[in-house]
Design a protein around this ligand. Structure first.
Ligand code: SER
Length: 884
C-alpha cells in the first residue's frame, strides 16, 4: 500500500518525467494576492504567469501546494472532524502549463497517471466537462475511450473555475471515482450528487480567460493549464479507504493524539482526535510560515483553530497541554516533503505550548459559564449573543469554538446578538476615546476600524505585498480617487509597511495600482488602522483598486540593523554598567540609532569602547534572530527586557538574539538579548554589519543618551574619520600612527612659546633704558609715565611693581593696549601714599582717555579705557594732578 509520501512523489515524478519543473509549495500567506487570506490552491503562486505579467525560465511546473481553508471565502473549519473529507489544511497536487500545452496534452497526462502509475481501474472513473466544451468531451472519448454516459456535461459554474472575483479562469473538467453501488449517491449533475458514492478526485482547469473587476472577461495571452488533486482524497482512494482520516498519515497523527491523551483512537473521543489531527497540521504549517496567534486577521484564524483543537483535547480529559507533544509525529510524517516544518519545530512547539497553557487558565471557567447558561435554556434553545460575547471577551472563546461546543448538543448561538454585543463594546471604546478630546479627526479612523477592522501587518516576513485600497482620506474626508500631486492618506486591508511605533520610524516606499502610483512618506497606526501618508506621483489612485505595496528596501534594511543593534547595545550596557540600566526611550531611524537609559554618570571612553567591541563581537557571531509570541508572564519568566512606557496586551512578541559567551545574562543563560518588541529586525546579527558609537551625553537628570551608527553609515563614518586623520597627518608631515604624539608635542611647544612671548613682551615694556625711561620730576615727585603695546591689563601689575622698585620713591603710570583693549595701571611708592593715591592717578588717566572708573589701593590701582587715542592728554592730566 503506497503511503501518502509515496503518492506525492509518484505524482511529482510523473510530471518531472514529462518535462515539468518541480517547484516548491509557496508559503501559506500569499504575497501576490490582495484579498486571499491563505493559499487555497496550487495556482495561487502562478497567478501572474497565467496573465502574462510575469515569465520564468520554465513553462511547465508541478507542485504539492500547502493549502488552508479556514477563514475567508473558503472556510471548512466547522465541518472538520465530523465528515470524511473536510480539512482546514490539505495538500493540492498539481501540474501547470504556462502557454505551453493545453487540453490535448493535459487530458492524456491525467489519464496516464491515474490508470498506469496509480493503477486505478478505468471502469471506476468518469468525468464532467463544461457543457459547451466539445473539444474536451472528444478528447476524453479518444484518449480514455470513455462512453458518452461517463462524460457528463455540466452547465453550471461547477465546471467553470474562477480564482476569485478577478483573475485567470476557464472551463474545467473534473475526474470522479465511483466507490460502487454499495454506497449511496448519484453521479455529478444528478439529484443525489452530494452522496458519497461519486467522489471528485482531480480538477483540470483550461485557463483561457481573465475576469476583470468591471465584469468583463478577456482572453489570456496564451492558453494554459492548472490542475488540482487533493492528496488526502487520492491517498484514501489508493489506500482502499473511504475516509481521508483513515490514510496512513492522518492515522499516525490520530494515534499520536490518542497516545498523548491515553485514550482510544476509535472510541467515543474519535471526533476529538480527528479535529486535533487536522488542526495540528494547519496550526503547525501556519506557524512555520510566520503566522503568530493574535486577535486580528490571519493571527486570529490561527488562534481560533488552535483553541478549537485545545478544547477537543480538554474533552479527551487531558490535564496538561497536549498539542505541542504531537509536533514530532507531524515532523516525522511531513518534515521531508516540507523542510520548513523541521526548521520551525522549536518555535511551533513553544507557540502551541504557550497558547495552550494560557487558554487552559480560562477554558475551565468558560466551559462552566457555558454549562450554566445552557442549563437555563429551553430544549434546543440558542445561546444568547451576550453570553457568547462574554465567553469571547472574558474567557478567550472564539465564536466558532462556542458554536462547536454547542453543536454536540444540537444548539446554536444567536450570532446577531453576538454581533450587537461586539458593536456595543466598540461604541464604548470610541466614547471613551472621544471623551479624552484628543482629536476630532479620530472619528474617521474609528469609522474605518469599525468597517474594515485593524489593518493586517505583513511586514515581518515580506517587504512587498498586494492589498486592496479600502479608503483614501484627504483631510477629514474620504474621497473616491486621488489625482496626480494629491497628498492623501491611503488605507489598505493588509500592508508590509511598518507603522511608527516603539521608537522605530514608519516605513517609506511605493503604492502602485493599475492607474497610478503614490510615494509613501510615512506610516502610522490609528485605532488599529495603518495610515500611509502618501503623494500621488503618477496617474491617479482609486478606492477599491488592488495595489502593490513595496517598502523602500534599503531604508528598511538600515532601520532593521539599527533596531537590532539597539537591543544588543541595551544588553551590553546592562552587562558593563550594571543591572540598573533600563531603557528610557529610543529612536531607530534609517541613518542612526539613539538609546536613552537610566544611569547617573557619564559613560567613560574606556567603557564605551568595551561596549562597542562587545556589540561588534555579537554581530560577528552572526546568530539567527528569533521571534516568538507568548504571554507577558512567559516572557517575564524568560527574563525578557520590557520597554519603558509600552503597554502590553495578551500576547507579546519576544525577540532574542546572540549567544551569551559564558555569561549568565538572560535567565536561560544562553541567549544574549531577550526583549519584548514589536519592531522589525535583521535575520541574523551579521546583517547589522558594524556598530560605531558616536558618543555619550546627558539626556535629562539621571538619564544618559548614546548615539550610534550601523552598517554602511557606520563604515562611512569610519572612512571619513580616517580621511580627516590622514589630512591632519599630511599637514603635520608625520605618519598617522604618530599623529597623537606629534600633536601633544606641538601643544607643549605652543605653551612654551606663549610663555616666552609673554616674557619678551614684558622685557620690551620695561624698555631698554632710553631717554623715555628717565623719570620726570614734578614738584619733587618723580613720575615714570609710559605707553606700551601688546601687554594686556592682566600683565600690568608686575610691571608697575618693578618700575616702583627702580624708582625707590615716586609714581608710575602705564597705559597699555592689547587685542583692541586699552588699560591703565598706576603705582605710588609707600613713602608718598599719604600725599598721592594710585587710585586717583588711574581715575584721572581713565577719564582723559574717555573712560571712567578704576580701582585698587593707594599703592597700586588699575582701570580700563576705550582706547589710547588721548594718551598724551592722559599723561598730561596725571602730571597736572601730581603738580597739585
Ligand atoms: N485551481 C483549481 C482548483 O483549485 C485546480 O487546481 O480546483
Amino acid at each position: 500500500m503506497p503511503s501518502l509520501n509515496d503518492i506525492r512523489s509518484t505524482f511529482l515524478d510523473f510530471f518531472v518525467r514529462n518535462g515539468h519543473r518541480q517547484v516548491a509549495s509557496s508559503p501559506l500567506v500569499p504575497r501576490n494576492d490582495p484579498t486571499l487570506m491563505f493559499a487555497n490552491s496550487g495556482m495561487v503562486q502562478f497567478k501572474n504567469l497565467f496573465t502574462g505579467l510575469e515569465t520564468r525560465d520554465y513553462v511547465r511546473a508541478t507542485t504539492a501546494q500547502k493549502c488552508v481553508r479556514a477563514g475567508g471565502k473558503h472556510n471548512d473549519l466547522d465541518n472538520v472532524g465530523y465528515t470524511a473529507r473536510h480539512h482546514t489544511f490539505f495538500e493540492m497536487l498539481g501540474n501547470f502549463s504556462f502557454g505551453d500545452y493545453f487540453k490535448s496534452d493535459a487530458i492524456p497526462f491525467a489519464w496516464e497517471l491515474l490508470t498506469r502509475d496509480f493503477a486505478i481501474p478505468k471502469d471506476k472513473l468518469l468525468v464532467t466537462v463544461y457543457h459547451t466544451d466539445d473539444e474536451a468531451a472528444d478528447l476524453w472519448k479518444k484518449v480514455a475511450g470513455l462512453p458518452d454516459e461517463r462524460i457528463i456535461r455540466i452547465a453550471s459554474d461547477d465546471n467553470f473555475w474562477r480564482m476569485g472575483p478577478t483573475g485567470p479562469c476557464g472551463p474545467c473538467t473534473e475526474i470522479f471515482y465511483d466507490h460502487g453501488d454499495h454506497i449511496f449517491g448519484g453521479p455529478p449533475g444528478s439529484a443525489d450528487e452530494d452522496g458519497d458514492r461519486f467522489i471528485e478526485i482531480w480538477n483540470l482547469v483550461f485557463m483561457q480567460n481573465e475576469q476583470h473587476a468591471d465584469g468583463t472577461m478577456t482572453p489570456l495571452p496564451k492558453q494554459s493549464i492548472d490542475t488540482g488533486m487533493g492528496l488526502e482524497r487520492i491517498g484514501a482512494l489508493l489506500q482502499g479507504k473511504h475516509d481521508n482520516y483513515d490514510t496512513d498519515l492522518m492515522r499516525s497523527l490520530i494515534e499520536a493524539s490518542a497516545h498523548a491523551t491515553s485514550s482510544d483512537p476509535d472510541g467515543p473521543g474519535k471526533v476529538h482526535h480527528r479535529v486535533i489531527a487536522d488542526h495540528l497540521r494547519s496550526t503547525s504549517f501556519l506557524i512555520a510560515d510566520g503566522v503568530m496567534p493574535s486577535n486580528e486577521g490571519r493571527g486570529y484564524v490561527l488562534r481560533r483553530i488552535m483553541r478549537r483543537a485545545m478544547r477537543h483535547a480538554h474533552m479527551l480529559g487531558a490535564q496538561d497541554p497536549v498539542m505541542h507533544k504531537l509536533v514530532p509525529a507531524l515532523v516525522r510524517q511531513m518534515g521531508t516533503a516540507y523542510p520548513e516544518l523541521g526548521r520551525a519545530q522549536a518555535s511551533i512547539e513553544e507557540t502551541l505550548r504557550s497558547e495552550e497553557t494560557r487558554f487552559r487558565q480560562t477554558l475551565d471557567r468558560g466551559l462552566k459559564l457555558l454549562a450554566d447558561e445552557v442549563a437555563r435554556l429551553p430544549e434546543g434553545g440558542a445561546l444568547p449573543g451576550a453570553a457568547a460575547f462574554k465567553l469571547y471577551d472574558t474567557y478567550g472563546f472564539p465564536l466558532d469554538l462556542t458554536q462547536d461546543a454547542l453543536r454536540e448538543q444540537g444548539r446554536s448561538v444567536d450570532t446577531a446578538g453576538f454581533d450587537s454585543a461586539m458593536a456595543e463594546q466598540k461604541a464604548k471604546a470610541r466614547a471613551a476615546w472621544t471623551g479624552t478630546g484628543e482629536s476630532k479627526d479620530a472619528a474617521i479612523w474609528f469609522a474605518l476600524a469599525d468597517t474594515h477592522g485593524a489593518t493586517e501587518f505583513l511586514g515581518y516576513d515580506t517587504e512587498v505585498a498586494e492589498g486592496e485600497v479600502l479608503a483614501l482620506i484627504d483631510g477629514a474626508d474620504q474621497i473616491e480617487a486621488a489625482a496626480l500631486g494629491a497628498k492623501v492618506q491611503i488605507v489598505v486591508n493588509q500592508t508590509p509597511f511598518y507603522a511608527e511605533s516603539g521608537g522605530q520610524v514608519g516605513d517609506q516606499g511605493l503604492i502602485k495600482t493599475e492607474t497610478g502610483s503614490a510615494r509613501v512618506t510615512d506610516t502610522r497606526r490609528m485605532q488599529g488602522v495603518v495610515v500611509h501618508d502618501a503623494e500621488v506621483t503618477l496617474g491617479e489612485i482609486r478606492r477599491g483598486q488592488g495595489a502593490t505595496l513595496s517598502v523602500d528596501h534599503d531604508r528598511r534594511s538600515a532601520i532593521r540593523a539599527n533596531h537590532s543593534a539597539t537591543h544588543l547595545l541595551n544588553e551590553a550596557l546592562r552587562g558593563h554598567l550594571g543591572a540598573h540600566v533600563s531603557q528610557k526611550g529610543s529612536l531607530n531611524a534609517e541613518d542612526r540609532l539613539r538609546f536613552d537609559f537610566s544611569h547617573t554618570k557619564a559613560v567613560s571612553p574606556d567603557e564605551l569602547s568595551v561596549i562597542e567591541a562587545e556589540v561588534n563581537a555579537l554581530i560577528r557571531q552572526n546568530e539567527a534572530v528569533e521571534t516568538r509570541v507568548m504571554s507577558p508572564d512567559d516572557a517575564r519568566a524568560l527574563g525578557a527586557q520590557a520597554q519603558f512606557g509600552e503597554k502590553y496586551g495578551d500576547e507579546v512578541r519576544v525577540v532574542s538574539m546572540g549567544r551569551a559567551a559564558g555569561s549568565a545574562r538572560g535567565t536561560d543563560g544562553e541567549t544574549y538579548s531577550i526583549e519584548l518588541c514589536g519592531g522589525t529586525h535583521v535575520s541574523r546579527t551579521g546583517d547589522i554589519g558594524a556598530f560605531v558609537i558616536l558618543g555619550d551625553s546627558a539626556s535629562s537628570a539621571g538619564v544618559r543618551r548614546i548615539e550610534a551608527l550601523t552598517g554602511e553609515t557606520a563604515l562611512a563614518h569610519l572612512r571619513s574619520s580616517g580621511q580627516r586623520l590622514g589630512e591632519i597627518a599630511g599637514l603635520l608631515k608625520t605618519p598617522t600612527v604618530d599623529v597623537v604624539e606629534r600633536v601633544r608635542a606641538l601643544a607643549d611647544e605652543r605653551k612654551a612659546l606663549a610663555n616666552e612671548v609673554a616674557s619678551l613682551k614684558r622685557q620690551l615694556a620695561m624698555g631698554g633704558g632710553g631717554a623715555e625711561d628717565a623719570p620726570k620730576d614734578i614738584g619733587g615727585i618723580r613720575l615714570i609715565a609710559r605707553r606700551v603695546e601688546g601687554v594686556s591689563g592682566r600683565e600690568l601689575a608686575p610691571l608697575v611693581d618693578e618700575l616702583k622698585q627702580r624708582l625707590g620713591s615716586g609714581a608710575v603710570l602705564i597705559l597699555s593696549e592689547a587685542g583692541g583693549k586699552a588699560a591703565v595701571a598706576a603705582g605710588v611708592t609707600p613713602d608718598l601714599t599719604d600725599r598721592l593715591s594710585a587710585v586717583d592717578l588711574v581715575r584721572t588717566a581713565a577719564e582723559a582717555l574717555g573712560g571712567k572708573g578704576g580701582g585698587g589701593r593707594p599703592e597700586m590701582a588699575q582701570g580700563g579705557a576705550p582706547s589710547l587715542e588721548a594718551a598724551d592728554a592722559a599723561i598730561g592730566a596725571v602730571e597736572a594732578l601730581i603738580a597739585g
